[in-house]
Design a protein around this ligand. Sequence first.
Ligand SMILES: [Zn+2]
Length: 173
Amino acid sequence: MSEEDPRFNSSGERLDTRFTSDIKSQGKNLVFIKTCRNPKELILGVNKMLPGWIYDVLDSYDKDLTPLTDAWNDLCKRSGSKPQKIVLVEKVVYHSDRDAAEYKILLTALDFLTKHGFCVREKNEFTSCVTGGCNSALLAKEVRNQLYKSERCKRPFVNMCLNCLSNKNNMLL
Ligand SMILES: [Zn+2]
């Protein structure tokens, strides 16, 4: 975490998403997004423009979420890109949000990231493997346990990805 990261206050606490007053002058921000040269520049810019919208950037999905990895690979193939990172955002924008001031900006940012191989997901659906110390995406506890209850996945939520879990078990043996 850099000291200049607008998502955190000076004591390192995460701030709520807030849209800067500048968001009203959409033209300027849209031009910025459309002229970004690469995703890194876009992510830094979006963090300044809409602090908190991008919640986390993760490397890959948990090993047991193969269908999600496959879908991501497919999407990349179709757009001629390579899988980059998973970007967790406060909220993905939908057509029904089109009256919101930030709609066009978020949509343009989403489009840009997707075209460049990023997988954009909502933060309430995923969490990171903090306990294992790697940077992969796990299904959020509520989502995972809901799927488990309806027998759509084999194990309930564990706060670690499969890789970290098997490393830990190997160490205990
Ligand atoms: Zn892990």
